[in-house]
Design a protein. Structure first.
Length: 295
């Protein structure tokens, strides 16, 4: 039997993630037929997914923290079968809620969709740090190689932008930018509650503001650290069981300015121009953020 090991090259990282989820498991999740009230948290990786899961769950339960890890109560729909989670079973409260990293065009139709995106350079940096110590050996793969060899060809970040943009005015779509959420967290919670058709009294508002604060989530990190995903899939991926991750960092905006090399930033700007500007006219992520900000 091959000894479990973390990736030290892009080829090894790709081999690990070939076994991360099964085709059968993904098909099972994407065959789900939503109810009109079902809420999907739709994001590229590392774009505020866990934060929005916590907001949604807090709103529908008045702040219940009675869960082992957030994925237990807001399942990752395309991973659920491979984690032995039945997506059809009753959830702890209504409306039912799910997380997904599939873009809006790829999801079952008929529910409600909260789409959150983030500056792609910050998302890249966050994912790189998230993988180090879990599926990648720290320091073995440079961020340049990670960006060009893994992130840009495989993560489909830009499809999220395009699919969200064309449906941003649909009544069952709420389109948000992570940076705007940071700037106005209370206002974001109010918008999400309204979208979910949940009456937001002062007590509930205060509960959700407090429990979706980064300091609170950091203090309860075990509930947001993906250990259920790791426990379910580490062996299949061939990585050591002692890996650790944290999805709650510091919530800072713009860290990529000082920690992502200039050539990678230039690469991302070029891809943005090709995939976004030429298709929908937005010249930069800043333009998108401005357009999605509440006027």
């Amino acid at each position: 039997m091959t000894e479990p090991k973390r990736a030290t090259s892009i080829a090894e990282l790709e081999a690990i993630f070939k076994n991360f989820r099964t085709a059968e498991g993904e098909a099972y999740g994407l065959a789900y037929q939503p109810n009109p009230t079902d809420v999907f948290v739709v994001t590229p990786a590392k774009c505020g997914t866990t934060w929005m899961q916590q907001i949604v769950h807090g709103l529908r339960t008045r702040g219940s923290m009675d869960f082992d890890e957030i994925t237990q109560v807001v399942p990752w729909i395309e991973m659920a079968k491979d984690m032995n989670i039945d997506i059809h079973r009753p959830q702890v409260s209504d409306p039912r809620a799910f997380k997904t990293h599939k873009d809006l065009d790829s999801l079952p139709k008929g529910g409600k969709y909260i789409c959150v995106v983030r500056d792609p350079k910050d998302a890249l940096l966050s994912l790189y740090r998230f993988f180090e110590g879990w599926v990648m050996e720290k320091g073995a793969i440079t961020i340049e190689d990670f960006a060009s060899g893994y992130y840009t060809p495989g993560y489909r970040y830009w499809q999220h932008i395009n699919s969200m943009w064309k449906r941003r005015h649909d009544k069952n779509v709420l389109a948000l930018c992570y940076e705007n959420m940071i700037e106005d967290s209370p206002g974001t919670i109010e918008r999400v509650a309204d979208f979910m058709e949940i009456k937001l009294d002062n007590e509930l508002r205060d509960i959700v503001i407090r429990q979706s604060d980064f300091h609170f989530m950091k203090e309860h990190n075990r509930k947001f650290d993906d250990h259920l995903v790791r426990d379910a899939r580490n062996a299949a991926c061939g990585v050591p069981a002692d890996g650790t991750t944290s999805k709650v960092k510091n919530g800072k905006v713009g860290e990529s300015k000082n920690h992502v090399p200039d050539d990678v930033k230039a690469q991302f700007d070029s891809i943005w121009n090709e995939e976004i500007t030429t298709k929908i006219g937005l010249r930069s992520y800043t333009d998108l953020q401005r357009e999605l900000k509440v006027k």
